[in-house]
Ligand binder design. Structure first.
Ligand code: NAD
Length: 300
């Protein structure tokens, strides 16, 4: 079998189009422009790139983008004061604090100071609890993107065996909750799992979120399974020239594609969906804040 490639770049473009359409309607019919505030503390180069592209895409779908760049030495009190101001600003419907924060700042405290209704990253403890109990919440963007791609490919996921490799709070755990919410039989595998190959071989759906380059070989994949590769790993690529690198996922793409029914590539799979889902969450938060109907197909 040769797997169907799930094109995350194209799918993310359709999500952004839907968001842009809804934003246009909100402006025209309700006089409301959704707004996303992104807070960056310090000058971590990767975070700067993410924040820039979040801001750019926010504006491209017609929303307001508010960027707050704070000095690396910013005190916790000053950061909390800014979040309080954003919580109370009616123009701001979504707040995202770019992680990781410098080590003198308590990440849990900061995230839990965001109004849960504006917590478009879905990391606030209230949103974690709401998701875990199957209630309406803000859903973390990367797992939401994975769910959208799975629903788009399969329609119903009910009764499927899903294995999530990785148990982080930002990907693995919320991904497992979402799959459970769609009535999959879910196994969460992690670094202490016994006989991981055997566990993965049972799966109709494999979501790999580990951060280890190509650790899942094709012969762990059940024939016809759907493979969602969340991993983004930069490895040396001497074949491209001296000092060159390339991105690979947590799954060995070629061998897995030879067995899977469908697979996401890296790059161009899950990655582009994450910011698209951030925009989707912002428009959802804006609708909820204004008592308006939420757009279809942009939430869990
Ligand atoms: P993390 O380091 O927080 O968690 C990794 C998880 O993998 C842990 O729960 C650990 O138990 C598990 N693990 C480690 N070694 C293992 C092993 N040998 N076998 C089985 N499980 C093992 O990472 P994360 O934040 O969840 O991110 C995972 C990957 O996804 C990274 O490559 C990251 O860059 C990528 N990521 C991509 C996006 C995106 O937008 N596409 C977003 C977030 C994370």
């Amino acid at each position: 079998m040769t797997a169907q490639i799930i094109d995350g770049k194209a799918f993310a473009a359709t999500v952004r189009e839907k968001v842009a359409g809804h934003v246009a309607r909100l402006k025209e019919e309700n006089g409301i422009t959704p707004g996303l505030a992104v807070v960056l503390v310090g000058e971590d180069p990767a975070s700067q790139v993410y924040v820039r592209s979040k801001g750019k895409q926010t504006v491209e779908v017609g929303m307001n983008s508010y960027e707050h760049k704070l000095d690396v030495e910013t005190s916790e009190a000053d950061l909390l004061a800014l979040i309080d101001q954003l919580n109370n600003d009616p123009q701001v419907h979504g707040i995202l604090v770019q992680l990781p924060l410098p080590s003198h700042l308590n990440e849990d405290l900061v995230i839990n100071s965001i109004d849960p209704a504006k917590d478009v990253d879905g990391f606030h403890i209230s949103n974690v609890g709401l998701l875990g109990t199957g209630q309406k919440s803000m859903v973390p963007c990367t797992p939401l993107g994975c769910l959208m791609m799975l629903r788009d490919h399969h329609g119903s996921l009910s009764g499927m065996d899903a294995v999530v490799i990785g148990r982080s709070n930002i990907v693995g755990k919320p991904m497992a909750q979402l799959l459970l919410g769609d009535s999959c039989t879910v196994t969460i595998a992690h670094s202490r799992t016994k006989d991981l190959p055997d566990v993965v071989r049972r799966a109709d759906i494999v979501v790999a979120a580990v951060g280890r380059p190509e650790m899942v070989p094709g012969d762990w994949i059940k024939e016809g399974a759907t493979v969602i590769d969340v991993g983004i790993n930069r490895i040396d690529a001497p074949e491209k020239g001296e000092g060159k690198t390339r991105l690979v996922g947590d799954v060995h793409f070629e061998s897995a594609a030879a067995r899977a029914g469908a697979i996401t590539p890296v790059p161009g799979g899950v990655g582009p969906m994450t910011i698209a889902c951030l925009l989707a969450n912002t428009v959802t938060a804006c609708c909820r804040a204004n008592g308006l109907a939420e757009p279809d197909g942009l939430t869990a």
